[in-house]
Design a protein around this ligand. Structure first.
Ligand SMILES: C[S@@+](CC[C@H](N)C(=O)[O-])C[C@H]1O[C@@H](n2cnc3c(N)ncnc32)[C@H](O)[C@@H]1O
Length: 265
């Protein structure tokens, strides 16, 4: 369940670039508020797991400066490689199958990755093993079961269609082995992994143009699968995309649970 063929939203498709841009616009602000609160600064060594696009590795590189290091890994580095250079190294790596990099990090971070990884327990162990004593593990992941709607204010046919299509998307994720309630489990899993000072919070926008862009890019990515599985017809998918483009739908994302803890000294 861990190779790139089983990751539903594989990076190979053109829509992946639009998805990464929307994810960065929506989630980089809360991610970096926490990264700053954890004290990431000049000289830190960071491992960005499942980097996706270039935004997080690049911003981490700015935080750690010339004396620091950022290793950005993914099973498909087509988009992350734009961040390579200076203190940022980009490398292909499967968090569930490959050995950890063999060095210690001050920060290991993964956002919206482990939910998709079938052997997510092994992935988490690998990430914990790569921490220096006192280093922080920062895991952020969606919990689609906590807030399953695309349009929380389901007041008309457009919103009902959006929610029906979101239900189909969740079914497709679950068929690929995604854990749709993973976000809420992360604090407990960090404590069980022996980490200290564990805490967590959750964030999701309701109504933002970046949510519209994310929804449009995601639907473009999975439209053939939605139709093939009978979750929606071609005409319904096209209508949903036209509704998004027309605006005013107040589309939300799943909540993203951000949890952190540190390896004891
Ligand atoms: C939803 S995207 C999130 C990307 C980025 N972390 C962000 O928040 O914008 C999930 C990313 O995880 C990567 N991924 C999936 N399975 C993986 C694995 N087993 N090992 C490493 N990366 C993986 C995908 O290729 C993709 O880039």
């Amino acid at each position: 369940m861990t190779d790139e063929h089983q990751y539903l939203l594989d990076n190979a498709r053109a829509a992946a670039g639009d998805r990464f841009a929307a994810l960065a616009a929506i989630f980089d602000p809360p991610t970096f508020r926490r990264i700053d609160a954890l004290g990431v600064t000049a000289g830190w060594r960071c491992w960005e797991v499942g980097a996706g696009g270039a935004s997080v590795p690049r911003r981490l590189g700015e935080r750690v400066g010339p004396g620091g290091r950022v290793l950005a890994t993914d099973i498909d580095v087509s988009w992350a490689r734009e961040a390579a250079g200076g203190v940022v190294e980009v490398r292909r790596h499967d968090i569930a199958r490959d050995e950890p990099p063999g060095e210690e990090f001050d920060l290991v971070h993964a956002r919206l990755v482990l939910l998709h990884v079938a052997d997510r327990d092994r992935a988490l162990r690998s990430m914990v093993a790569a921490l220096r004593p006192g280093g922080w593990l920062f895991v952020e992941d969606a919990d689609p079961a906590l807030q399953p709607l695309s349009s929380p204010d389901e007041h008309g046919p457009k919103e009902r269609l959006a929610n029906r299509i979101r239900t189909g998307f969740r079914a497709m994720l679950a068929e690929r082995g995604a854990d749709l309630a993973y976000g809420r489990r992360i604090p407990r899993l960090l404590r069980e992994a022996g980490l200290a000072e564990v805490a967590a919070e959750a964030y999701f926008p309701i109504a933002s143009r970046h949510c519209d862009l994310l929804e449009a890019a995601t639907i473009a990515h999975i439209r053939d699968g939605l139709v093939a599985a009978g979750h929606a017809t071609e005409e319904e998918v096209a209508r949903h995309l036209a509704n998004i483009a027309a605006g005013g739908m107040d589309l939300a994302t799943s909540p993203m649970v951000s949890a952190w803890g540190r390896r004891p000294w």
